[in-house]
Design a protein around this ligand. Structure first.
Ligand SMILES: [Zn+2]
Ligand SMILES: [Zn+2]
Ligand SMILES: [Zn+2]
Length: 172
């Protein structure tokens, strides 16, 4: 018999820089890593990460809480007085198309992707108390769902799996 260990499923890589809350969390490192990743992806795809797009990405990455387009616009307006909603939506669409951010449908808000890589829709855990959203990738539920849906002949164009509740820090 083999020593096969089937526990190879990858349950979100989790925080890479300590806890996501509190003084132990080095969020600056999250942002730096996200920007590096974005430059890499853009270079590979031949896409242009203009200063404006980069700034929108940085704004989305200001925290692990999803930001609405108008929050992004407010912050962008501090340096780009001429920024208008279409400016922001175009930049967000660009970032979405490269998988650098995700749209959290239930909140109509955007979240930086911490697991940039092969196209994925992710599974999101959204805390209703602090607003923190965590992305899990590579869960078996994604493959199971795809398989079942394929069997129905339905052609999905978009998939959103969002769980709302209390995060470990906010749960009593
Ligand atoms: Zn962080
Ligand atoms: Zn992602
Ligand atoms: Zn919370």
């Amino acid at each position: 018999m083999s020593t096969g260990n089937h526990a190879q499923r990858q349950v979100g890589r989790g925080p890479r820089h300590g806890p996501r809350h509190g003084p132990g969390h080095d969020h600056g490192a999250c942002v730096t890593q996200a920007l590096e990743m974005a430059r890499e992806v853009c270079a590979r795809e031949g896409a242009r990460l203009t200063p404006l797009r980069e700034q929108v990405l940085t704004i989305v990455w200001q925290s692990h809480r999803p930001s609405g387009a108008y929050d992004v616009l407010d912050k962008l307006a501090a340096t780009h007085k001429s920024a208008r909603p279409p400016t922001v939506y175009r930049a967000l669409d660009f970032l979405l198309s490269l998988g650098l951010i995700h749209k959290i449908e239930s909140l109509n808000a955007y979240l930086g992707c911490a697991q940039v890589g092969p196209a994925h829709d992710g599974v999101f855990l959204i805390c209703r108390a602090c607003g923190d959203a965590q992305e899990l990738a590579g869960l078996p539920v994604e493959t199971t769902l795809s398989k079942v849906v394929t069997d129905t002949g339905f052609k999905p164009e978009h998939r959103t799996i969002e769980l709302t509740g209390l995060c470990a820090q906010c749960a009593p």
